[in-house]
Design a protein around this ligand. Structure first.
Ligand code: ADP
Ligand code: MG
Length: 711
């Protein structure tokens, strides 16, 4: 406690920043437990909301209590005892409690200290489950209790806190039980001035008839009698929604500030698009762009021509044709004298980009190089200096690109494929290799709007709508493993017609060996079933050259059947492949399944995706597979995925850039998020955010989200 500032030193400061040790009942032990859970000051405690609420407001006459009911009762303690049992160390504290209607036996196992807390003639309120207990009749076992006629801990505390009202239920933190927290929260709330600083602009409070900050915190922890438990548990009372809005608004203001700052940055020089650039772009183009592609490209090139760096997310469903759009942006940058880096999440994908881009750039003077983890030391020794001297125009690679030794002479465009696979930090690292380069992020996992607003709310977004012409809808079949014969028939039919097929096996790291064996066995079986057509096996454990060789053989059609672990999940593009069989489909996530299905339906022939499942499958898996069967629209599936999995798991990674939300829920509170996004942007763009609020936003970002420095 010695290093704590005195209470007086805290006068005039933000009361929410008062250290928790100032609360009565928080000694060194509890303080340490709270700290461990990230709770340091009042603000941390008060913005940690109840897990749920319980209605303990209706006190029930004892006579009406039935076994099995969870009830709140109130009465006088007639007598109480500490009973020893045959087990040493195990003691029961029992009390007989009476109200005007009757009596009930109450038992607290193993809480000997209660003998100093509960005494005859005291008035108590109890909340717990009633049960029948042998000959003793009705009994409450281990109920929550509150002694109501002794002096309360804090003079202002209304009695009771824990019963006789709608009660907040908190999750235990170490030695700090839910009940103790309730008392601490109550105390903390008393320390707040009524007119505390509020990050929500007044105008918005008025417009939505939301309470001020102090009132909202009070009503959220200790609800008014007018609130219903259902509303409270749905976090739907005005006080709660206001706090949700506050959280979103502070976060969105931070994003808007970041974006605004980005607009103040000046890049080395804006890109100039000359007639030569146009000619070069036309020469590269293998097919006419779709309207959606043209529109996205127009937005991207407009960004490149601006004096501040581009921060754009290019969304488009699987197969929408993002690569060519990115490549044309690259041509624009290169023609302007810049270098371009294209980062892909896997080696296979980087290599595929290398192959297809080299093909498209055939006949141009652009110098393209691959820099993945597999480029050997010797090759690296010549490649890295060449990149540094600006002798390479386009570098395609994996995260090896962000390694420190890689330097560019004039990196002006960074393209990040499948951006959701990269953490926020990695994105920033690559951008840091140029002098404020333009950054284009691409994702084939459509991101539901609420997530996009949260994870990428500081970026501009382009969406490629529609697919290239001539695409056939994909037939999707969901089949039990028992009907494998039919699957084999489909495979043979496809191969006989000259088409190609994938059979994909799941591979999870924990059971990698077993899965690999299963995939290998499957490969051997399929090679026989499909003979004389050739089959190849592809998995992540193979050496780079082996993988390369397999992918090349499959791409060229030389090997028509590819049995693979989920390494083909993203991006792989072989238009002649028309059949995708996913084994153990129940083990894949929805976006993965969508990605896998997206490997077919890329050419002019009709395609089929067979999702083979093994029982028993979980309800979630059933939902996923039936969602797959019901639509092919990646955006619809993404929304379904969000509903099934929840926002936390959507990206499947902690590095997604999603903040840890305390009050808000991206699914439940989408309307408030939308509102917060608009209100924050408008205020910051027009310079109408109150300076004190801006200050506060920066401070919270610093402390809580820690991302504002990026970009
Ligand atoms: P994704 O958006 O999933 O990354 P790709 O960029 O890999 O999609 O493109 C998928 C396939 O569609 C590729 O074979 C590509 O050549 C082809 N493609 C892209 N745009 C067009 C277009 N405008 N017309 C015809 N084919 C196209
Ligand atoms: Mg792609």
């Amino acid at each position: 406690m010695a290093d704590l500032p005195s209470r007086a030193e805290h006068e005039g400061r933000d009361p929410l920043q008062t250290p928790l040790q100032f609360l009565k009942g928080v000694g060194p032990r509890k303080a340490a437990d709270l700290r461990k859970a990230g709770l340091h000051m009042l603000q941390d405690l008060l913005y940690r909301f109840p897990l749920r609420y319980e209605d303990r407001s209706r006190l029930q006459p004892i006579i009406s209590v039935r076994p099995g009911q969870t009830v709140a009762i109130s009465g006088e303690v007639l007598q109480c005892h500490l009973q020893h049992t045959r087990r040493s160390n195990f003691r029961l504290f029992t009390a007989l409690v009476q109200d005007a209607s009757g009596q009930v036996q109450v038992v607290w196992p193993n809480q000997a200290f209660l003998k100093d807390v509960i005494r005859p003639h005291q008035h108590v309120v109890l909340y717990g489950r009633a049960e029948l207990w042998g000959t003793r009749g009705l009994q409450l076992t281990d109920p929550e209790f509150e002694v109501v006629d002794t002096a309360p801990a804090a003079p202002e505390a209304p009695a009771p806190l824990h019963t006789g009202r709608i009660v907040p239920v908190y999750e235990r933190i170490g030695t700090v039980s839910g009940n103790v927290q309730r008392r601490l929260v109550w105390q903390a709330l008393q320390m707040l001035p009524d007119d505390m600083f509020d990050p929500v602009p007044e105008e918005l409070l008025r417009r939505h008839q939301w309470p001020g900050r102090t009132d909202a915190l009070r009503a959220t922890h200790f609800p008014q009698p007018s609130a219903t438990v259902d509303d409270l548990n749905a976090f739907a009372t005005p006080a709660q929604r206001r706090l949700v809005f506050e959280e979103f608004f502070v976060f969105q203001s931070g994003l808007a500030l970041r974006r605004h700052r980005n607009l103040q940055i000046r890049k080395a020089k804006p890109v100039v698009v000359s007639e030569a650039t146009r000619t070069a772009a036309r020469a590269v183009l293998p097919f006419p762009l779709t309207t959606g592609q043209r529109e996205a490209l127009r937005e991207i090139v407009a960004d490149q021509q601006r004096p501040w760096p581009m921060q754009r997310l290019l969304q488009g469903d699987v197969g929408a044709g993002k690569t060519i759009v990115a490549l044309l942006a690259a041509v624009v940058a290169i023609e302007d004298g810049g270098q371009v880096a294209l980062m892909a999440p896997t080696e296979i994908l980087a290599e595929q980009h290398m192959r297809s881009i080299t093909r498209m750039l055939d006949g141009t003077r652009y110098r393209v190089a691959l820099l993945s983890g597999r480029v050997g030391a010797a090759a690296r020794r010549t490649l890295l200096p060449a990149i540094a001297r600006g002798e390479v125009d386009l570098v395609i690679g994996t995260h090896a690109l962000v390694q420190e030794q890689v330097t560019f002479r004039a990196l002006t465009l960074v393209v990040i494929d499948e951006q959701h696979r990269f953490g926020v930090m990695q994105r920033g690292e690559l951008a840091a290799k140029g002098l404020h380069p333009d950054v284009l992020m691409m994702t084939a996992t459509p991101i539901p709007r609420t997530l996009a607003l949260t994870a990428c709310g500081d970026m501009e977004v382009s969406v490629i709508t529609g697919l290239p012409p001539g695409r056939q809808p994909i037939r999707t079949l969901v089949t039990p493993d028992a009907r494998r014969d039919e699957v084999y028939r489909l495979l043979r039919d496809a191969l006989t017609e000259g088409r190609q097929a994938y059979v994909v096996y799941p591979l999870v790291e924990e059971s990698e060996k077993v899965d690999l064996r299963a995939a290998t066995a499957m490969y051997e079986e399929l090679a026989q079933v499909c003979a004389p057509f050739r089959a190849a096996l592809l998995h992540g454990r193979m050496k780079g050259d082996e993988k390369d060789a397999v992918m090349r053989a499959f791409s060229s059609g030389e090997v028509p059947l590819l049995v693979s672990t989920s390494v083909v999940e993203v991006g792989v593009d072989v238009p002649n492949a028309t059949l995708m069989v996913v084994e153990h489909a129940e083990r894949f996530g929805l976006s993965q399944l969508h990605q896998l299905r997206g490997r077919v339906g890329r050419g002019v022939h009709p395609s089929t995706c067979v999702l083979v499942y093994q029982s028993p499958w979980s309800p979630d898996a059933q939902q996923r597979l039936s969602a797959m069967a019901s639509t092919q629209d990646g955006f619809v599936l993404a929304e379904r995925d969000l509903q099934i999995r929840g926002p936390g798991d959507f990206f499947g990674t902690r590095q997604s850039g999603l903040p840890q939300l305390r009050a808000g829920d991206l699914l439940r509170d989408a309307d408030l998020l939308e509102l917060a996004h608009t209100e924050a942007r408008v205020r910051i763009e027009t310079g109408h955010l109150v300076p004190a609020i801006e200050q506060y936003v920066l401070q919270v970002w610093d402390r809580q989200f820690g991302l504002i420095a990026v970009g």
